[in-house]
Design a protein. Structure first.
Lengths: 369, 367
């Protein structure tokens, strides 16, 4: 069957050569409520490393689009002890935040500020959409995976202690409450975005109680959504399947650590962490940042040469615009970014080109309708 | 691999047939709890109303959309709106309406206008555009008519001065003109439209339409990137049928809006396919965009071949208004596919299918 369909595919493709990239137009317009066009305030945290570079890119593009968004910038650096109070107040007030990246020092006992922000604001779901971008060649085709990762507990509880000198215990905490709400969010996401399958990723053969509790919660929620297929996969097999047959995955719901690894793997097979959008959401607040950031906040060379890839944060800010109910602006931004990538003339180093961040930003602004 | 290629073949086949599925890769990240079902007040109405609202109910059911309807029986010849209807709409904030037949003459005020005034739905919006696959005499039509909904010639203030002499008051206020102008420009800004045209007859009604124009001009100053121009309504009607591509968003007082909307709907494919809605500061009522002919002829009702497309597309607007963009996209795509294929069309589009056959075709085309 595969060989037959390959020849049919070839014939169809020959008859209809892929058309130049056209913007998705929606004729049924979005009928806003009066007052919907009022500008919204968004907290902006440039951060460390490449953070200021890529958030600067977003600010420039938002201005070029005249988007109804204005940013309240706050200085936060990864080596601070805590996130400043005023930043948390600002996010609570504005409900939405855009973040570059905060470098977490390795070891040393200083807790990650990224984690602190997520716990204080109870932002329990992290979402990364790993998808092949048209025009960007990769070894894997047909990748369209959304990884929904529990963001507040699991291996990242930060509860560690030295029992006796030379022996350290690190507690992985799984609760029914958190597992249930992340499962509910994953199925609700699948329902609202017309996704067909949710896969739970676990290691319950080894961690029978902890991951077993996670799985139980997922199974209970799955019963409420008979129209969505649910299955489970052990995380080691999952990593192998991701690189062998990624098209089998649709939405994946995972606890904290597995989610981090799966998201970065999926981002890598689909084009790299420089282009995948993502966000974190809780019941009341949302923080948008680069989807998956293996390598923390980029190496020093990229910062010096100003060659960080702004695409991921630009697409995340498109998600933010959609979250803020400005769908037309989101579409315009997305279309412009995709056009730039497809044309292939202006790409940063991680995509195989040698443009600087500013050149990519200028290309995106030029491509805006 | 075979299953994957089959779905690939299906989507390639669709592309080959000329209709594109709309996919947005940057997904909508909902807030937790956004998937909760929303109640919507439903008014089937008279004439073809119950037929087309039933079509919407069937499609919503097939899609498992997070919407459930609270129906109310209202007929155009009732003296006033029934008890409980206004409470329901005020609670739900959104309503879907078939059509209420307004009796000609007789002094009974229109229930449609009553509803709009009570809920202060001051803006009516109709999107008139060419549908792919539906041939019409005019190409490149994509006009949005935004019409003031509460005053103007429809104030309903008439009296007989002396036997044989009747006065009808047309009322234009700065307050209402300003807010409709503000809504029109805000709409253009949020939907990436480039031009707003004000339609008027201020050469004759210098004070009334003059006030309307002044309000539009003031609001236009706040949106320097949107082009603004004015056109007299008689010239406008002629331009609509001669060169419709020059119009983008049009803002009009009540009566001109009615005429312009129906003309634009007619040139783009007919009132059977144009979506629309009415919105106020707090509520929104969605119905067929433009309904020349009130609620359809008796023969259409008997033979059950009313065109459900307009109300289906309006319910897609409603789903988008309720912040369910994926469902709105699916519905829109399915409806457009059915029209582009051309096999299943009701009488007004040149075919001879019944309403139910069109509904079945739409449901079959849902992804």
């Amino acid at each position: 069957m595969a060989r037959r369909s390959a020849s049919i595919l070839n014939r169809l493709l020959a008859k209809n050569p892929p058309s130049p990239f056209t913007a998705p137009t929606r004729s049924i317009t979005y009928m806003p409520r009066p007052g919907d066009g009022a500008p919204r305030t968004v907290t902006l945290i440039p951060g460390d490393g490449i953070g200021p570079l890529v958030t600067g890119a977003v600010e420039q593009v938002m201005e070029a689009m005249h988007a109804p968004v204005h940013f309240e910038r706050y200085e936060v650096l990864g080596h601070m002890r805590r996130v400043p109070e005023e930043v948390i107040e600002s996010v609570k007030r504005n409900k939405v935040c855009l973040k570059g990246g905060l470098a977490t020092p390795v070891g040393g006992g200083v807790s990650s500020l990224n984690m602190q922000l997520r716990k204080e604001l109870d932002i329990f779901a992290s979402l990364v959409n790993c998808i092949n971008v048209p025009g960007l060649a990769t070894r894997h085709e047909n990748v369209d995976i959304v990884v929904i990762r529990e963001n507040t507990e699991g291996e990242y509880s930060g509860l560690e202690h030295e029992v006796v000198p030379g022996v350290v215990e690190s507690l992985k905490v799984i609760t029914k409450f958190c597992s249930e709400r992340i499962a509910r969010y994953a199925f609700e996401y699948a329902y609202l975005n017309n996704r067909k399958k949710v896969t739970a990723v676990h290691k319950a053969n080894i961690m029978k109680l902890a991951d077993g509790l996670f799985l139980e919660s997922c199974r209970e929620v799955a019963k409420h959504y008979p129209g969505i297929t649910y299955n489970e996969i052990i995380v080691d097999n999952c990593c192998m399947q991701l690189v062998a047959k990624p098209e089998q995955f649709d939405v994946m719901v995972t606890p904290n650590l597995y989610g981090n690894l799966v998201a970065n793997t999926a981002a890598g097979i689909a084009g790299g962490t420089g282009v995948m959008p993502g966000g974190n959401v809780g019941a009341e607040h949302a923080i948008f940042e680069q989807g998956a950031s293996a390598g923390n906040v980029g190496n020093d060379k990229i910062v010096e040469q100003k060659k960080a890839n702004p695409v991921a944060l630009l697409l995340s800010s498109a998600m933010m615009l959609r979250h803020l109910r400005f769908p037309t602006f989101a579409d315009r931004l997305e279309t412009a970014v995709k056009q730039v990538i497809q044309e292939g003339k202006c790409r940063t180093k991680d995509l195989g080109g040698d443009c600087t961040t500013q050149e990519v930003v200028d290309a995106v602004i030029a491509a805006l309708e | 691999m075979s299953r994957q290629s089959f779905s690939l073949l299906k989507s390639l086949g669709r592309i080959a047939s000329g209709s594109k599925t709309q996919t947005r890769s940057v997904t909508y990240m909902p807030r937790p709890g956004d998937g909760k079902p929303r109640p919507v007040t439903l008014i089937p109405g008279d004439g073809v109303g119950p037929l087309v609202t039933n079509a919407v109910e069937q499609v919503m059911d097939a899609m498992h959309a997070p919407v459930y309807f609270e129906p109310f029986v209202v007929h155009g010849d009732m003296k006033s709106l029934p008890e409980g209807l206004l409470e329901s709409i005020k609670k739900n904030k959104v309503c879907l309406k078939g059509g209420l037949k307004t009796p000609v003459g007789g002094g009974v005020s229109s229930l449609n206008v009553n509803l709009r005034k009570e809920l202060d739905l001051f803006a009516s919006l109709v999107n008139c555009f060419n549908l792919p696959g539906l041939a019409s005499r005019h190409e490149n039509v994509d006009i949005v008519v935004i019409r003031e909904n509460t005053e103007g010639e429809y104030a309903g203030l008439e009296h007989e001065v002396v036997p044989g002499v009747v006065e009808s008051l047309k009322v234009i206020t700065k307050f209402c003109s300003e807010r409709i102008a503000k809504y029109a420009f805000e709409y253009a800004y949020l939907n990436n439209r480039k031009k707003v045209t004000a339609v008027h007859k201020a050469n004759i009604m210098k004070l009334a339409d003059g006030l309307f124009l002044e309000s539009c001009q003031e609001v236009a100053k706040k949106y320097p990137s949107i082009a603004y121009n004015e056109i007299i309504v008689d010239n406008c009607c002629m331009q609509l049928v001669a060169r419709p591509e020059q119009f983008d968003v049009m803002v009009t007082p009540n009566l001109y809006g009615n005429l312009v909307a129906n003309t634009a709907a007619g040139i783009a494919g007919g009132t059977g396919v144009m979506p629309g809605g009415n919105v106020g500061a707090e509520y929104a009522v969605f119905e067929q965009g433009a309904s020349a002919g009130n609620v359809g002829k008796d023969t259409t009702q008997e033979q059950k071949n009313a065109n459900p497309v307009a109300l289906l597309l309006s319910s897609a607007m409603m789903l988008r208004h309720l912040q369910f963009p994926s469902f709105a996209d699916r519905l829109e795509t399915a409806v457009k596919r059915v029209i582009a294929e051309g096999k299943c069309r009701t009488e007004d589009l040149g075919g001879n299918s019944t309403t139910q056959e069109v509904v079945d075709a739409v449901i079959a085309n849902l992804d």
